[in-house]
Design a protein around this ligand. Sequence first.
Ligand SMILES: O=C(O)c1cc(C(=O)O)c2c(n1)C(=O)C(=O)c1cc(C(=O)O)[nH]c1-2
Length: 540
Amino acid sequence: ADYAPVTDARLGAAATDNGWLMYRRDYTSSGYAPFEGINTANVTGLKQVWDYKTGFDQGHEAPPIVNGDTMFITTPKNELIAFQASTGKQLWKYQHDLSKVGLKTVCCDVVNRGVALYGNDVYMATLDNYVVALDGPTGKVVWKQQLAPSDKGTAMTLAPLVVKGKVIVGLSGGEYGARGFITALDAKTGKTLWKQYTIPAPNEPGGKTWPKGAYKTGGGGAWLTGTYDTDTDTLFWGVGNPGPWLATLRPGDNLYTDSVIAMNPATGKIKWHYQYTPNDTWDYDGTNETVLTDITYEGTAHKALVSASRNGWFYAIDRVDGKLIYAKKFATATSVSGFKDGKPVTDPALRPTVDKEVFTCPSFLGGKNWWPISVDPQTHMAYVPTMHTCMTIKGATVAYKAGLPFLGETFKVVADPAHKEGWGSVQAIDVNTGEQAWTHPSKLPWNSGMLSTAGGLLFSGSADGHLYAFDAKTGKVLWTSPQMTSGSIGVPSTWVVDGKQYVGIYAGWGGATPIWGGDMAKDEAVANIPVGGHLYVFSL
Ligand SMILES: O=C(O)c1cc(C(=O)O)c2c(n1)C(=O)C(=O)c1cc(C(=O)O)[nH]c1-2
């Protein structure tokens, strides 16, 4: 079949495209598809149409990205595979060479979150900090560009974002004291067009929020994909935790860690920021997705940006000026205890020191981690994969050494005593109020992304290995897939070929939960989840 080039017009008009052209389908990061072929009335008829086993045992986090009848998906070790999306016929496979790389500075499992498309090209960011451009129809390498040395404290796990001919990516490395950055490459050549550090130098705006010299090892990874507002021509990107974790070593707000930054996509220049957790000492990051949605809060209309933060608060921010509209708890949240003049207030009693262990919520894994929420324009609900944990955490001595962990804290993840139903849940939050609309409790943690559709459905994968279809309005479970061979931390996507709608998701348990989950990881029900990457595609 012909391969239709991915143009700016198509990227900006996801509502009328049959594919799934970028990580969260559209520039607003809605994770919503306008397809009704599969709907509340017929979803019980969904059947598996094809599948593919990857052969890797790490966490499988990438959504299938689909252009026309061609699907692109990555595996945890930076393979990129193209399939015929309707049949599963493999078209080509590319293996990025990781043979000389130690993968020493990947904190939370060896993972990759998928590709971006532009023109005929497919872009993948790699664990040794390359961006690779391949020709979509043939899989031939068009260009490769390395943005930072491998194994020295940084890696890349995110799906790139393409905005107006620029491939935009950010670094992982918050746990290694790397100084994070976001950078834009020319989609045609790979040439760097701009590079914006997430941690300002002393003479830059925000530079005074760090003690002398600390910015060099200040962390601030940018390890998840950003969002683009076509109306105001603004790029939004979440910034990760400060380094080291122990905040007594770096007094100040530590901008732009744990923040969303609004940037000019032409230059990378920062327009404004909103910080979710000032002077973070709990590894809450600020990287979780920022979804652009228009809301009416207490009678006033707002162009909002919403995010379910690791710190347990669901934020709605004015996406034009960066002011807080509301923040509501969606999980037990004690470290950030309230708000003053629109700015979060943290509880000084819950800040660990080298002499003081504290108990606080959520754990560093977050009320929600990277698993993307979906915001459904029909129900006006945000669907939030939630984890219910707390932690004990204590300071420790630490010295910076390039490429080694830079934490200065010891910790243990434990159950949330206020939440006895289990380790996870799927919740719907009314974005106009920030209040919970419904919840689906889960004994196991819920670590899969959300997909909502015009068919009135919400899809997500469970840790015990099923794709779920909920009624998006009520949370009623309408269908679950047959048993998959592993638990899912995948991000489901959907597309239409020849009038027929498909839904795809990875099974492939892994990511941070089984590695860092403490008591949760040791819970037999969690410890016994089988691993192994396996892509499933369903249709009627
Ligand atoms: O600060 C960072 O650079 C960074 C990177 C990553 C990553 O790239 O996967 C994670 C985290 N932090 C992190 O804090 C975290 O909880 C986490 C979970 C996962 C995962 O894939 O399950 N990655 C990461």
